[in-house]
Design a protein around this ligand. Structure first.
Ligand code: TXA
Ligand code: MG
Length: 344
């Protein structure tokens, strides 16, 4: 099939996308976090096309994207008051809430769970598509399953050209890492995935937050987890990725002793000169954490190349958006971190 790549600003773009959605087809959509691969989230047949296009395991549920907070009650029951407060504060924006699902949400979307994830994305064209389609949009990150997420329309075209009818080009994604997921179905709110909304911001509204163990540690593939997606190898180029901690100078010294031809270094722009001769690739400025989150997946995709043997990666420290970057890089590295003090 021919894949129509249409700029979000072009007249008729949202209408064309909504028509495909209403007819049960797939459309790749821009959001502020990453591009999504969208379908009518209430139509089991449409939803199953997403799993096929991505090669996604069907025990991994999808997020329903809505145009505004009033749609929460169409899809969820027993919604706690805290959900409305979070929506009021952070929507449209990079926050997903897990809530009890109403029976109108098909099992294909929730992967059989009794809960459903909902989010209102901060992309005017995508909200317009949802409004015009008149249905919530089920949309996982548009990357092929297991690969780094898609943060430009070009990334989506690379993964799905000829396989989906339409890609809406809304430019590069501003945040660059997927939404924060918070589960509100238990006594205490639980962070399932860090993202653009930080734990500190959530605590300011909720007064409380438990961090799920899948956020900070490797999860066994047979384990029962809250967010099924968290147990799969994720966000990773084909080769091995190892994080090297410590100061720029120590890390450079350490990587120089380990480096072999074919290896690459993923670093901060400020460090490029320190890694001269080691094929460094910068993903943003250490002094501007937002540039790192926005650049991370494009860099990981560039490193997803059979010619690359191993990637030594530098990771920002601290909280805020750095916490989400650490989570994605640690998952890409299967939690392998080298401390230069152990090598030098
Ligand atoms: O920023 C985002 O959230 C992007 C854009 C497109 O909106 N979407 C995204 O979707 O990252 P995906 O499918 O790549 O990641 C969704 C995660 C998966 O780990 C999945 O297991 C989890 O959300 N999830 C979905 N529904 C859930 C539920 N009912 N309970 C727990 N986790 C859920
Ligand atoms: Mg994903």
């Amino acid at each position: 099939m021919e894949t129509l790549l249409m700029n979000a600003q072009e007249p008729g773009c949202a209408e064309a996308a909504a028509k495909i959605i209403r007819e049960g087809g797939l459309v790749a959509i821009p959001t502020e976090t990453v591009y999504g691969l969208g379908a009518n989230g209430l139509d089991p047949e449409a939803v199953s096309k997403i799993f096929i296009a991505k090669g996604r395991p069907n025990d991994n549920p999808l997020i329903l994207h809505i145009a505004d907070a009033s749609q929460i009650d169409d899809l969820c029951h027993d919604v706690p008051e805290s959900a409305y407060r979070l929506a009021e504060r952070f929507w449209p924006g990079p926050l997903t809430m897990v809530l009890p699902a109403k029976s109108c949400v098909p099992q294909e979307t929730t992967a059989g769970l009794s809960t459903v994830a909902v989010r209102c994305p901060d992309s005017p064209v995508t909200r317009e598509i949802i409004r015009l389609a008149g249905v919530p949009l089920a949309a996982p990150s548009a990357n092929l399953s297991g690969k780094p997420s898609t943060t430009t329309a070009g990334h989506v075209y690379h993964d799905h050209a000829g396989k989906i009818p339409m890609i809406v080009d809304g430019g590069p994604c501003r945040v660059g890492v997927e939404s924060t997921i918070v589960d509100l179905t238990e006594k205490r709110p639980r962070l399932l995935r860090p993202g653009g909304i930080t734990p500190q911001q959530l605590i300011a509204v909720l007064g409380d937050l438990v961090v799920d163990k899948a956020v900070t540690a490797q999860i066994d593939k047979d384990a029962v987890v809250k967010a099924p997606g968290m147990k799969y190898r994720h966000y990773a180029p084909a080769c091995q990725v190892v994080i090297v901690s410590g100061t720029s100078r120590k890390a450079a010294e350490c990587i120089r002793t380990l480096y072999k031809p074919g290896d690459r270094v993923l670093c901060f722009e400020e460090e490029l000169s320190l890694f001269e001769g080691l094929a460094p690739l910068s993903y943003g400025k250490a002094a501007d954490l937002n540039s790192l989150s926005a650049g991370l997946f494009a860099a990981l995709r560039e490193l997803d190349d059979p010619a690359v043997h191993k990637v030594y990666a530098r990771c920002p420290e601290g909280d805020g958006i750095a916490y989400a970057i650490q989570n994605r890089l640690k998952k890409a590295a299967a939690f392998q971190v080298i401390d230069p003090e152990d090598i030098l």
